[in-house]
Ligand binder design. Structure first.
Ligand SMILES: NC(=O)c1ccc[n+]([C@@H]2O[C@H](COP(=O)([O-])OP(=O)(O)OC[C@H]3O[C@@H](n4cnc5c(N)ncnc54)[C@H](OP(=O)(O)O)[C@@H]3O)[C@@H](O)[C@H]2O)c1
Length: 345
């Protein structure tokens, strides 16, 4: 294979996002190594990778073309390491990278939440560690199939090594924007990710869930609460949507027929797409709720505020992790969240 860049990319934690992003980059001529677990390794060995998206893209990479390993030796040759484990595994990955990574290698945390890059940085004081953000959704469909079910882009802290690669990211259908305001971007993404817990607890696909006003009112409640905390902390989330973040709770709360007209982009979702938090509950794994809603609670504590609705939904997700209720109706969930705020909101 003729490569189109000398920058070797290593995906650390090849699950939904890592496999999709790494595979799409390899398909346009980027040298990529994948580090992942035996379950995905076995699929890749048997079937290669089939990467599809909601607009009809369909990319196949043969098993022989893929450098997929269950150990992390590939890190030693990497110029760019993209970390795509769930947040609970970031600390362990930071420790592992510290043993093998060259000081000139650049690390990108392409994870949800706010603090993952800082956790990696603790272990990698000599490396540039960049915060990244991916706004689309990828689901695993088995047998090496990964499907991107929504539109979206990638954003990352600005770094000179990435500038010459922007064209390749674009060709790979992974438009990457380099930004100087990643903290604000991450908070903006986190506000949208407050829906992950609602989706996980609803037990239904994202499209169906967001089409129902009561679930959207739950999201509006969580976002409104988070915006108040951010305001108090003097953090202004980046404007990533056509609607200003401050108006989002009002837009979410309108009747279904109006929402379908106003928010076509938000509902441009593959009918089968679900949040990765739902996937975690389904797979019996620990969710990232502490790194999403938990960040709102943490920030609230830091600025002397409260976040009762976010606290309540964290409790519900934790209960679901332990086998509790996972099929909340919108009206039931809304009542519980409103109750946590003393019936207000
Ligand atoms: N999926 C989405 O649609 C989506 C969208 C936007 C953002 N994100 C964010 O992107 C990040 C990755 O999410 P994801 O859905 O891709 O997660 P995922 O499917 O669980 O992929 C992570 C993979 O890393 C593996 N892993 C964990 N620790 C490892 C280690 N030490 N060495 C090697 N492999 C390891 C996991 O294996 P085990 O499960 O066996 O530990 C898993 O296969 C998360 O922060 C998520 O919130 C996801």
């Amino acid at each position: 294979m003729t490569y189109r860049t000398s920058n070797r990319v290593c995906i650390y934690g090849a699950g939904s996002i890592g496999t999709y992003v790494g595979g799409r980059l390899q398909a346009v001529g980027v040298p990529v190594s994948f580090i992942g677990r035996p379950r995905i390794a076995a699929q890749v060995k048997a079937h290669g990778l089939h990467l599809s998206d909601w607009q009809g893209a369909d990319v196949h990479l043969s098993a022989e073309s893929l450098d997929f390993s269950e150990n992390d030796a590939a890190v030693e040759h990497a110029d760019i390491v993209i970390v795509t484990v769930k947040s609970a595994a970031t600390y362990e990955v930071g420790q592992a990278l510290a043993k093998r990574l060259r000081p000139e290698a650049v690390v990108i945390s392409l994870q949800n939440g706010i603090g993952n890059a800082a956790v990696l940085s603790q272990h990698l004081p000599d490396n540039s560690v960049l915060s990244g953000m991916i706004s689309f959704n990828v689901v695993q469909q088995g047998e090496g199939r990964f499907h991107a079910g929504t539109e979206g882009e990638l954003m990352c802290d600005r770094h000179a090594l990435l500038e010459p690669m922007l064209t390749l990211f674009k060709e790979a259908d992974l438009p990457l924007e380099l930004r100087d305001d990643m903290l604000q971007v991450q908070w903006s993404k986190l506000l949208m990710n407050l829906n992950n817990a609602i989706n996980a607890l609803s037990g239904i696909p994202l499209y169906d869930q967001l089409s129902q006003r009561n679930y959207r009112r739950c999201l509006a409640l969580l976002i409104r609460e988070a915006l108040a905390v951010l305001h108090r902390a003097s953090i202004r989330p980046a404007s990533l949507m056509p609607v200003p973040m401050s108006l989002l709770p009002a837009v979410l709360s309108v009747p279904d027929w109006l929402f379908k007209r106003l928010a076509q982009r938000m509902l441009a979702i593959d009918p089968k797409a679900r949040s990765s938090m739902w996937e975690d509950l389904e797979g019996g794994r620990r969710t990232e709720v502490d790194w999403i809603n938990g960040e709102v609670i943490k920030l609230a504590a830091n600025v002397g505020a409260r976040a009762p609705a976010n606290s309540r939904i964290v409790e519900l997700v934790r209960a679901a992790e332990e086998g509790g209720e996972r099929n909340w109706r919108g009206d039931e969930l809304l009542a519980v969240l409103r109750d946590s705020c003393g019936g207000a909101a």
